[in-house]
Structure formats: C-alpha cells, structure tokens
Design a protein around this ligand. Structure first.
Ligand code: FO1
Length: 316
C-alpha cells in the first residue's frame, strides 16, 4: 500500500490495544486511528478525553496494564490533597495524568483544536503514528436508563456501570464534522480499508459511526473488518456484554456481527467461538478465527497482522 491508509476506529482499552498492534505492523503514513470522543467531559474545569489518552498512553508504553487507563506507576498526591480539601475524588486523576489534562485544557482555552492538541501531545510522548479525535466538536455520549439520562462518566465511573441501560444518544452528532485530518483522508480518497477495533459497540464505536460521513465511508467500496470484543459470550473488559443483555440481545459473536450489518464485510472472532463461524459465513460475512485475547504485546501484534492480511484478502 503506497500512500493508502488503513483507518482504525477505536475507543476504550481493548480498542487502544488493537490499535497499538496495528501501529506495530504499519508505518505511520499507512495508519490513522480515529478515536471516540463520547466519553469526554469537563471535570473540575479540566477537559478530559479518556479514550484519546488511553490510546496515547498505550502507544507510548506507559498505560497502566491493570486498568488500561491512566499511567503505570502513577502517584496520587494531588488526589490525596484534594480529598483533604473536600474536593471530588470519584474520578481518579493521577499526578502525571493531570499534566495531560492541564496542557490540553490550556491549549483549548488558547483556541487550538482537539486534533492539533492531540498531535502535539502524541509527539511529546514520542508517538509518530496518527491518533486523532473522530471530531473536534464535543459529542457527549448520553446513557439512557429507565430512571432517566446519565452523563457517560457518571454511568461508567460514579455508578460503576450498575444502572440497566435502555439506549444511548450522541448529542450534537448530526451537527458535528469529522476532524480535519480524518476529513482530509476521507475526501482525498486515501482510506483503502477500515478496521473496527474490539471496543464496546454501543459506547465506543457507535459514537464514532454517528459522526456524519463516517458510516458512508465504511459503506463505500473499502473493505471493513470488525474485531469482536465478545469472546465466549462475554466481554474481555468493560460492560459490553451487560449492555447487550440489558438491551435484550444475547452477548454472542453472531449478535455482535449483526450490530455491524451493512457496515462490516468481515468479522474477526476468537478461537473459543470457532463454532459460530459457519453461521456467520452463511450470513454472507467473511470470518477470521484467531487468538483475539490481547494478553501480551506479541498477541497484540499477531492479531493486528492477521487482521490486516484478512482485510487485504477482502480488498482483492
Ligand atoms: N475509570 C474508572 O473506572 N475510574 C476512574 O477513576 C477513572 C479515571 C480516569 C482518569 C483518566 C482517564 O483517561 C480515564 C479514567 N477512567 C477511569 C477510565 C475511563 O472512565 C474509561 O476509560 C473511558 O471513559 C471508557 O473507556
């Protein structure tokens, strides 16, 4: 692939790890990672972009391996001091992580775009691959429950994903634009494949697909492959399987595949779900069965290489 670009759609920890695998295989000019911004919120005056930060920290090798978010070996002096002052500590901000939020917030206040700021922060972390927000316009994810709407981080962190969900909204999506680097790649016809990373379909990928132009791009003649975050009827990390069950959908790879009907040409599923491959193929999908549980960097890289080879076959 000369100046052709593989577009990876990512959010959350699983998405960041897969995108990192792709960055181990592809040079910077052949990969663009479009990251979910639906989790972003302003907290204590700081603009926090969890999925952009999780991808950046994962690419720079400093992400906390246990949580997947924040920085490994972090100290929590600011949080402890804040606690003494009676401030909010439900959303944990480590001392080094705080620098990211401070720098992003002051640059936004100075009028810089989220895309430009992310480019600056990535470069400062020694990252050469392109990590971009899917849009520079805030499009907050709203979690709908039978008791009313919840802001995403209130649902995910404050309430620990306990409330049963009834739906999701991405307020302002219809008025948003793809971020300039993404729009440039889209309108320039530079994107020749798309990979939907194993992120939560509802709160990590759907907010990305909600940005005008993105679905149209994926439905055009480029091959699109979705990597399942559902393995053996559950999610490796996070509330995806719980959300599916609450929406009345059995958490299976078949139902995961159904979520991207009309968008994905191929699905990557884990070895434990091999028995489901035939049904998926009967439904017109191409299927790759491989080890998708990214417990090590080696598996991250091999999953990425396998997925790219699979995507290349679909292009042919
Ligand atoms: N997740 C938590 O469960 N608890 C936290 O205190 C928390 C803090 C936090 C700080 C910075 C950051 O970038 C992410 C953080 N996350 C925390 C994770 C975050 O809520 C999720 O990663 C995304 O929003 C969903 O993937």
């Amino acid at each position: 692939m000369s100046d052709m670009v593989c577009l990876a759609l990512a959010g959350g920890v699983g998405g960041a790890r897969m995108a990192h695998g792709l960055a181990m295989v592809l040079p910077p000019e052949e990969l663009m990672v479009a990251v979910n911004i639906g989790d972003d919120f302003t907290h204590m005056g700081l603009r926090i972009c969890p999925d952009l930060d999780t991808v950046m920290y994962t690419f720079s090798g400093q992400a906390d391996p246990e949580t997947g978010w924040g920085i490994e070996g972090e100290t929590w002096n600011a949080m402890a001091a804040l606690e003494n002052l009676g401030g909010p500590t439900w959303f944990r901000l480590g001392d080094r992580d705080l620098a990211t939020h401070l720098e992003r917030t002051q640059r936004l206040a100075a009028g810089e775009t989220l895309s430009d700021i992310t480019q600056h922060l990535s470069a400062a972390l020694g990252i050469h691959h392109r990590i971009i927000p899917v849009s520079d316009t805030p499009v907050p994810t709203v979690v709908e429950t039978k008791d009313g709407d919840l802001a995403f981080q209130d649902y995910f962190v404050k309430l620990q994903c306990d409330p049963a969900v009834t739906g999701f909204r991405f307020d302002g999506a219809s008025g948003a634009m793809p971020s300039p680097p993404l729009l440039d790649a889209m309108t320039g016809g530079k994107i020749d494949a798309a990979i939907i990373c194993p992120s939560n379909p509802y709160v990590s990928i759907d907010p990305v697909l909600a940005i005008p132009g993105v679905q149209e791009l994926l439905k055009s003649d480029i091959p699109v492959v979705a990597v399942s975050p559902i393995v053996g009827g559950t999610a490796i990390k996070g509330p995806a399987a719980k959300m599916m069950a609450e929406l009345g959908i059995a958490p299976s790879v078949a139902n995961f595949a159904n979520h991207y009907r009309g968008i994905a040409d191929g699905i990557v599923i884990d070895i434990v779900d091999e028995a489901d491959a035939e049904t998926l193929r009967d439904n017109g999908l191409h299927v790759l069965v491989t080890d998708t549980v990214m417990t090590t960097d080696v598996i991250r890289k091999s999953l990425a290489a396998d997925t790219l080879a699979f995507t290349a076959q679909l292009r042919g």
